[in-house]
Design a protein around this ligand. Sequence first.
Ligand SMILES: [Zn+2]
Ligand SMILES: [Zn+2]
Ligand SMILES: [Zn+2]
Length: 342
Amino acid sequence: MRVFACPKCRAWVEFEDRVCLACDTQIAFDPDFDELVRAEEHPLCRSRDDIGCSWVASPDPAAQGACDSCRLTTDGPPADDPTAHSQLVLAEYAKRRLIRQLRHLALPVVPRQGDDGLAFRLLAPVEGQGVITGHADGVITIDLSESNDPHREALRIRLGEPYRTMLGHLRHEIGHYYWLMLVERGDGTIDPFRELFGDERQDYGAALQAHYGDGPGEDWADQHISHYATTHPWEDFAETFAHFLHIADVLETTATVGVTVDGPHGVPEPLAGRILSTGAVELTDLSITEVLGRWHGIAMALNAMTRSMGRQDLYPFVITPGVARKLEHVHELVRARTAAAA
Ligand SMILES: [Zn+2]
Ligand SMILES: [Zn+2]
Ligand SMILES: [Zn+2]
């Protein structure tokens, strides 16, 4: 994500902010211009007060006063459940980040009509009836209890995952959607996919069962970005897609805040001064080698910084050559879209 300035006083404001803390101006995000605007000059999303949505209303009358993110949510929790409502607020924050990035990359975001297009069901478990996070033909279902930090963190530890966030879930599920849109419905795209990720026609249920039974071999990380990616070619693609979005977003932030890694300093040769990494607002003109070259230094530096604060690595993953080839596949799919839209 890039950074934003208040439209009135030019102070630094965050993407989620609805008021500038420096000058008290009410602000809103206009996704068509990728800019913050003065709220008083624009029709605002009808969910601004209810869930703290910071976006302007969609100019499309079919959105009925919702913004281009809120309109995609077709199902939510019951209005009289305050816990679920506060979890919905957090999930929608993450979803707006997702939608803004998809638009930035010029990936298609088409609101669902009939059996086509994209929709989000953000649901809370009701009376012991669980919600299963997943994707089916453009409909993404999210279990809102993943907004609950202790619950999500307990799951993360139990499943042995190094990273688990609401934004990460959304990026994974949207990866399934773009597999459908860019791979299955693409032109000549399924064979290269199968060559790298495997044949997705294998039985999904049996594959999941094998994963939770025997698990993958010890060398799973040679070809997979995460343990979960080993379950099925679809999951592998979704995990890889999510990582592409992670990397693209952090590189965009890095470029716009002006962070360059040029070091390290104060260490002896041969390490001293070996890493030079900058961000990039657009990845379209870069090869995957250039993208990952920039990412390497930034990720090393960010991990060193979060460790300095006593936290775990910000990016607790290793990109092997096998994983880089899969990221390249995603990068090529995405940049074909970005380039076509430019
Ligand atoms: Zn201001
Ligand atoms: Zn909204
Ligand atoms: Zn999945």
